[in-house]
Design a protein around this ligand. Structure first.
Ligand code: HEM
Ligand SMILES: *[C@@H]1O[C@H](CO)[C@@H](O)[C@H](O)[C@H]1NC(C)=O
Ligand SMILES: CC(=O)N[C@H]1CO[C@H](CO)[C@@H](O)[C@@H]1O
Length: 321
């Protein structure tokens, strides 16, 4: 047999194995079934970010909160349904009054369903592509999004509510464990944390840091304390105190200055095993960008369903009936 036929046979075998184990397909997945899918998602994300830069951060977080609870299956997008008694993940503690951007995903889905290719592009793939396009729109790095995710037919409130998503007051060892439990390396955990280069957090989430942490810059501390004492738990501050609407490595520089916003942020530079990597990223944005992109590809493949598993939802908020 010719060497090239062997290669072909081997590729087919790998492909079949991949299908069985829920392996994603290439970024060309919709090339014939919905050639405009990627450009439609990108232009909708660009307009949303042009209207409000924070939306870029919100879209990135949507994908993270989807993937960490039962995998990247758009389970996060399902609404509660009082008639059937169905409870989704949106009202779980880490998501309620916090996760946002659902309407942007709806707008993308509606456009694809009504004018381009009904029933073809999954909500889970839209989330993955939108997260990448959001980072690019905010001046960050790009990566190739693998496609072929299928949407879930259920959600897991209990998991989203406790244990599925990392907690802002956790210490370094817990955070590392939370990420290594999901198959990430410590290096990938630090890279992914750089997502806090953009977006906002409520005082509620860094109140304990204000009240109890010693490793906080004193001016920054005074500023946060007066801001939150006046504004209350629901008041916001930028996760990145330097360049909050640009995706860059300033998040890591802030940590060197004890200006991490969340307790969990500053834990990355608090005398532990991740200090060296934080220092390295603070002076080497290319290394951060490259590691971040690769870690996002890995995050985007967490527990995916492919092939004929699950479904392609028509409306991202509801299971098809
Ligand atoms: C390391 C563990 C993490 C913890 C404890 C954590 C916790 C938080 C908290 C408490 C907020 C603010 C929520 C609010 O006040 O409403 C937040 C915001 C955010 N998180 Fe994380 N997060 C973590 C990792 C990540 C990862 C891995 C990503 C993405 C890859 C991410 C992306 C974001 C973004 C972009 C925002 C801002 C969202 C917005 O402004 O709408 N986070 N995170
Ligand atoms: C993080 O680790 C702690 C301690 O092991 C655990 O209680 C919590 O459920 C974990 N959370 C996640 C998101 O894995
Ligand atoms: C962009 C931003 O959030 N800047 C704040 C950083 O923190 C100082 C206090 O240390 C504030 O004065 C800035 O407004």
């Amino acid at each position: 047999m010719a060497f090239s036929s062997l290669i072909t046979l081997f590729s087919i075998l790998l492909f079949l194995m991949g299908m069985a184990s829920g392996q994603l397909s290439s970024s060309n997945f919709y090339a014939t079934s919905c050639p405009t899918a990627l450009s439609t998602i990108q232009s909708e994300v660009n307009s949303a970010v042009a209207r409000e830069r924070r939306m870029g951060a919100s879209l990135l977080r949507l994908h993270f909160h989807d993937c960490f609870v039962t995998g990247c299956d758009a389970s996060l997008l399902l609404d509660d349904d009082s008639t059937t008694g169905f409870t989704g993940e949106k009202t779980a503690a880490p998501n309620l009054n916090s996760v946002r951007g659902y309407e942007v995903i709806d707008a993308i889905k509606t456009k694809l369903e009504t004018t381009e290719c009904p029933g073809v592009v999954s909500c889970a793939d839209i989330l993955a592509v939108a997260a990448r396009d959001a980072v690019v729109a905010l001046g960050g790095t790009s990566w190739t999004v693998q496609l072929g995710r299928r949407d879930s037919t259920t959600a897991n409130f209990a998991l989203a509510n406790s244990g599925g998503l990392p907690f802002f007051d956790s210490d370094l060892s817990t955070l590392i464990k939370n990420f290594t439990d999901k198959g990430f390396t410590e290096t990938e955990f630090v890279a992914l944390s750089g997502a806090h280069s953009v977006g906002l957090a409520k005082c509620l989430t860094f109140r304990n840091r204000i009240d109890n942490d010693a490793n906080i810059d004193s001016t920054f501390h005074g500023f946060l304390k007066s801001t939150c004492d006046q504004g209350g738990d629901g008041f916001f501050h930028n996760l990145d105190n330097t360049t909050d609407t640009t995706f860059d490595n300033a998040y890591f520089t802030n940590l060197l200055d004890n200006k991490g916003l969340l307790h969990s942020d500053q834990e990355l530079f608090s005398g532990g095993s991740t200090d060296a990597q934080v220092r390295a990223y603070s002076t080497n944005s290319a290394a951060f960008f490259s590691d971040f992109g690769n870690a996002m590809i890995k995050m985007g493949s967490l527990d995916v369903s492919t092939g004929t598993a699950g479904q392609i939802r028509t409306n991202c908020r509801k299971v098809n009936t």
